[in-house]
Design a binder for this molecule. Sequence first.
Ligand code: C2O
Ligand code: CU
Length: 470
Amino acid sequence: ALTVSGCSLLGSTPLPRMLTSTAPLPEPYTVPLPLPAVAKPGRTDATTDYYELVQRAAEVEILPGLRTPIWGYDGSFPGPAIRARSGRRTVVRVSNGLAVPTVTHLHGGHTPPESDGFPTDLVQPGTHRDYVFPLEQRAATLWYHDHRMDFTGPQVWRGLAGFFLVGDDEEAALPLPAGERDVPLMICDRSFDADGAMPYPARHDGPGAREAFMGGVLGDVILVNGAPWPRHGVDRARHRLRLLNASNARTYELALSPGGRLIRIGGDGGLLAAPVPADRVRLAPGERADVVVDFAAYRVGEQVELRNLLGEGAQARVMRFVVERDARDDSAVPRTLSRVERLDPARAAVTRDFEFTSGDLHGHTGWLINGKPFDARRADARPKLGQVEIWRLTSDVAHPVHLHLDHFQVLSVAGERRAGPPEWKDTIELREAQTVEIVTRFTGYRGRYVMHCHNLEHEDMAMMSTFEVV
Ligand code: C2O
Ligand code: CU
């Protein structure tokens, strides 16, 4: 329960604020759903696939009839999807054709430190960097996005994000929906000026500007794969929807209308041990959910809306599926999906506490972890390579917390032990005034990594901490 001090704290703590579009917005469910282009490796050899992405400014049509300036990987928003294979080295050369420094992070990647996109490992304009991903990890829906220190919010908002889908033999052997029926859906909110631009609040523009920004920036238009409230025609058959919340600060609770089941088969860290039927799926910024929807439960011609139960009005709408035709369906959702090891908390060598609160940041309000703002030169934890640790995370307002390098399992939420089969995650939503305990093991690489809030405005306002695997 909230204490009185909790209430007064909340009173002074900025909450996310929504920008209002002045552009003419399309009628929901009229724009077709775009599917992200799949990147082709420029070269492949016995062990490695080599990709090249160029970050550049472009103008794209997001709202019908208007041109929106974006920054995109290869000039597209979302960026090209990379379909990679577990155990196959994937090297992505990112060339910076923008006028500002960038950093690219593979979210959910088990990546050596020099390629993980540490927030100060800047790629300067006109230069490039080869990010090397060994991908010694299981199949999972990952994504890549900008991670420049203090500027991740604006740079992702302008479009620097894309899917990175890792497949493996275990997953490929399952009869899950595939091909056209395996649909990545990147969900994020934006707002549009009358000329089509996506404005982002300036942070240091006079009184009140900082407060308007720092709780988190929300848009009033919900985009899926970069299209406003799109529609998508489907067969009367099972589809795998890879849901990604790529929003800066908006959390969704997704459900089908007029009703229907979402069968959750995977999360941040890949397949679950067994499918979990649900009537809704909650996603904080950075989180993913792989769900199967069987459109055979509907009639031809029926329209099935994907709604956001946390939104009101236009922000409650996400996209619409239109069931177009009968079709043969050889897919199935097997009762056993994968083996998921349970990480035993009794093996933990250390328990560490991290408190996520607002506080003083250079004379203004910012977001801190254990009372400290991010400082790239300071490591706040030094876990040993191979060590199992419990991390206890406590919030003031809601914070979606993301850990780089290794996935984790949730042990307890608000003092209640997590029941059910284990699941690997890399981002966990701390709700208001809540403690969540996670257990993880630091594997693979020594070096510097970050843990941070994935509300990107909180992250940019210093809610980030370095840990160094030693
Ligand atoms: Cu999705 Cu450290 O980021
Ligand atoms: Cu936060």
